[in-house]
Design a protein around this ligand. Structure first.
Ligand SMILES: NC(=O)c1ccc[n+]([C@@H]2O[C@H](COP(=O)([O-])OP(=O)(O)OC[C@H]3O[C@@H](n4cnc5c(N)ncnc54)[C@H](O)[C@@H]3O)[C@@H](O)[C@H]2O)c1
Length: 411
């Protein structure tokens, strides 16, 4: 056990918790979250995000979970993993980062190191240093304490690309002693570190990784809209096109979550501050958001048709309501929005998702088990391909139920 470095992870969500669990294998580590209920659950070995099972949530090396600010005093190596959402008008909301920076500043000592991991627009880290860290600590960055940036690539629901197995970018502009110290910590986090001296490069690299994915999905979503309009066979077209060696196999989808719908707005914000408009990113966002309307229209057309033909108010089941497959997270979930809006308009709309958080299923009255009632539906819609949904799809197919799979999840 290394007694000198005492890491403190600030924000124990999808990003912070796996990081903390890696660090505590080597160091006495502090897991700090200002959400008391999160800490209460973690102490009971419950991860409401459902990324970790009970047996993986035990504390090692006398490490602690706490929501008490005083624990920050014990640390000399702060890692910040707090949320960075957008406001209603798609402006970056960095208030969580500001609050975390003030909190750290008030507990900062000479020689301490701070690494930001939250996704930001380029130049945010320097902004935080200047306006919060230096100001509230009365210390000077680069002289008395040191700041680095290491964007996170964790992919919830993906058991293959876990934190220890992926390459991690690490920007440390400090002197060689600081670089050595930070590297010695992060080598216990990820398989391979990709080093840079430039914080802005690392900040920009992180957002463009996600924006590239958002744009690729937007392109294939738009092709889906086009083939639907033309009544062409989307899957056949993709089969043909993907026979070319450099055709990228992206799938259509309802893009949601905390990253892809947010990061283009972060980059666009700083571009606009510098009197530049990033046109492709915003076009991509528009296309991906328009999928909500496309999918809702498909469902409504079918409801109206069944009503007309069978003279009934069809009982509709919508399967998959989180923002992507095999995750419990519903932040910016378009399938959840589709479900909630349809329920306002039609009588017999039911949602099914056995992966989403328990508090979400009770809030939105989402079914977690439909075994007993599954034969009662007139129309079944698949919006997210959770592992467990495939057998359900096969069942309904065998039963010759009317199925809508507007995103071609199951071809
Ligand atoms: N979720 C992902 O898949 C993912 C992937 C890569 C990067 N990121 C980025 O990582 C960052 C964190 O995302 P997340 O999904 O883990 O968020 P999250 O909401 O799951 O977790 C953030 C945690 O921080 C806590 N928190 C907020 N303010 C705090 C404060 N001042 N002090 C202590 N705790 C505080 C919250 O209570 C919450 O538990 C974001 O910038 C996000 O863009 C997320």
């Amino acid at each position: 056990m290394n007694n000198k470095i005492k890491p403190c992870v600030i924000g124990l969500g999808y990003v912070g918790l796996p990081l903390f669990l890696r660090l505590q294998t080597k160091y006495f580590s502090i897991g700090f979250d200002n959400d008391k209920s999160r800490i209460k659950n973690l102490l009971k070995k419950i991860d409401t995000n459902k990324e970790f099972k009970k047996q993986n949530l035990f504390l090692k090396n006398r490490s602690i979970f706490s929501s008490n600010k005083s624990v920050l005093k014990k640390s000399n190596f702060f890692i910040v993993t707090v949320p960075t959402p957008v406001t209603k008008n798609n402006k970056p909301d960095i208030s969580f980062l500001k609050n975390a920076s003030i909190l750290i500043a008030k507990n900062l000592k000479k020689g301490d190191i701070i690494i930001f991991e939250s996704t930001v627009y380029p130049s945010t880290t320097n902004f935080l240093i200047k306006h919060y860290l230096n100001k509230f600590s009365n210390l000077i960055e680069g002289v008395h304490y040191f700041v680095g940036y290491s964007p996170e690539r964790v992919n919830p629901g993906d058991g293959k690309h876990t934190i220890s197995k992926i390459k991690k970018i690490l920007a440390i502009p400090g002197n060689s002693q600081i670089k050595k110290k930070v590297k010695s910590v992060y080598k216990h986090v990820s398989k391979k570190l990709i080093l840079t001296n430039s914080i802005e490069s690392a900040e920009t690299a992180k957002v463009i990784e996600n924006i590239q994915r958002d744009l690729n999905i937007a392109f294939i979503n738009e092709i889906l809209l086009f083939t639907d309009k033309m009544k062409y066979n989307f899957n056949e077209i993709l089969r043909l096109a993907s026979s070319k060696w450099n055709f990228l196999n992206f799938k259509p989808g309802l893009v949601g979550g905390h990253c892809l719908p947010v990061d283009p707005h972060y980059l666009n914000y700083i571009a606009r501050l510098n009197k530049m408009k990033l046109r492709t990113l915003i076009a991509g966002r528009d296309v991906n958001n328009s999928m909500q309307k496309f999918v809702s229209r498909k469902i409504e057309e079918k409801i109206i048709l069944i009503r007309k033909e069978k003279k009934i108010e069809p009982k509709v089941l919508i399967c998959g309501l989180t923002y992507k497959k095999n995750v419990s997270d519903v932040r910016n979930s378009l399938s959840l929005k589709i479900f909630v809006n349809l329920r306002k308009k039609y009588k017999n709309i039911f949602g099914y998702d056995n992966v989403c958080e328990d508090k979400i299923s009770s809030k939105f009255k989402i079914q977690r088990n439909i075994e007993m009632i599954k034969d009662s539906f007139d129309l079944v819609v698949f919006l997210v391909d959770h592992k467990k949904n495939k057998s359900l799809y096969d069942y309904f197919k065998r039963q010759k139920k009317i199925i809508i799979d507007p995103l071609k999840l199951y071809k």
